[in-house]
Write a protein that binds this ligand. Structure first.
Ligand SMILES: Nc1ncnc2c1ncn2[C@@H]1O[C@H](COP(=O)(O)OP(=O)(O)O)[C@@H](O)[C@H]1O
Ligand SMILES: [Mg+2]
Length: 239
C-alpha cells in the first residue's frame, strides 16, 4: 500500500484549475520529486495534502485512511509535516524554541519539559544548528532558517515530509549540503515528497519524479525518463 495516495485531486481558484484531476502516490521510503513551471500547481498540491486547502473533488489517503479535507493540525498528527516555499520560522523566538514548538505540537499537556528539550536539541544537532540554538530565529541566514524549518517539521515526528523549494535561493555549496541532509532524513525512515527547481538536486536524489503543468500531471518516471521526456523538455526543461 502506498504511504500517500491521491486520486482525481482537484482545486479551482475562481475559474482557474490550479490542480486538476491529479493522481499520485508516494511509497514508504521513497524520495519523490514534484516539478513544473511556476504556477503549475505544485504548492497548491502540497496545501491540499497538508490540509491548508480543501480539494473540491478527489481523495487523498494516508496509509489507506481518507484524510481529504481534514484540518492541518489533524493531518500533522497523523504523520505529515511540511516546510514552506517562503520560510515561516517564528522570528522572535530562539532557534531552540522554534523546534520545541514542533516537539510539543501534538504531545499531551504536561509532556516532560526536559525530554522535550532533549528531543529539540537532537533535531538541531541533526540539521547542524546546535551552535546557534539560543539565537533569535530572525538572525539566521536563509539557509539556516530553512534548516530550522526542517528541524521543526522533523520534531513533530512525521512519516512523510513535504519540502517546498528547500533549495531555492541557496548557493551551490548549500545545495550540496541540503541534498545530503535530505538523504539523511530518508535514512531516518522518513519518506520525502519535494518540490524543487534545482535540477541537479532533483535528478540527483529522487527515486521518481512527477511533473505538473497548468495543474495537470503531464509526466511521471525515473529522473532519466523525465530528463528524456519530450513533453517535459518542451514545457519545462527546455525553458
Ligand atoms: N490562494 C490562491 N488564490 C488564488 N489563486 C491562487 C492561490 N494559490 C495559488 N493560486 C494560483 O494557482 C496556480 C498554481 O499556483 P501554485 O500552486 O502556487 O504554483 P507553483 O507552486 O507550481 O508555482 C497559480 O496560477 C496561482 O496564481
Ligand atoms: Mg510553489
Amino acid at each position: 500500500m502506498p504511504l500517500l495516495e491521491g486520486k482525481g485531486v482537484t482545486r479551482y481558484f475562481g475559474g482557474l484549475a490550479a490542480v486538476q484531476h491529479v493522481d499520485f502516490y508516494v511509497d514508504p521510503g521513497e524520495i519523490v520529486g514534484l516539478i513544473g513551471p511556476n504556477g503549475a500547481g505544485k504548492t497548491t498540491l502540497f496545501n491540499l495534502i497538508s490540509g491548508a486547502l480543501v480539494p473540491q473533488s478527489g481523495t487523498i489517503r494516508l496509509k489507506g485512511e481518507n484524510i481529504t479535507g481534514l484540518k492541518p493540525h489533524v493531518i500533522c498528527h497523523k504523520g505529515i509535516a511540511r516546510t514552506f516555499q517562503l520560510v515561516r520560522v517564528f522570528p522572535n523566538m530562539s532557534v531552540l524554541e522554534n523546534v520545541l514548538m514542533g516537539v510539543l505540537f501534538g504531545k499531551p499537556d504536561g509532556y516532560d519539559r526536559k525530554q522535550a528539550r532533549k528531543d529539540a536539541e537532537k533535531w538541531l544537532d541533526f540539521v547542524g544548528l546546535s551552535a546557534v540554538k539560543d539565537w533569535p530565529a530572525r538572525s539566521l541566514t536563509l539557509v539556516n532558517q530553512k534548516r530550522l524549518e526542517v528541524a521543526r517539521a522533523l520534531a513533530t515526528g512525521p512519516e512523510l515530509l513535504l519540502l517546498d523549494e528547500l533549495m531555492a535561493g541557496l548557493n551551490p555549496t548549500e545545495v550540496a549540503q541540503t541534498m545530503e541532509l535530505v538523504c539523511r532524513i530518508r535514512e531516518q525512515g522518513i519518506t520525502i515528497f519535494m518540490v524543487e527547481h534545482v535540477m541537479k538536486a532533483i535528478m540527483g536524489i529522487c527515486d521518481r519524479i512527477m511533473v505538473l503543468h497548468h495543474g495537470e500531471k503531464i509526466a511521471e518516471g525515473t529522473p532519466q525518463e523525465i530528463a528524456n521526456n519530450r513533453t517535459v523538455i518542451e514545457v519545462y526543461l527546455g525553458e
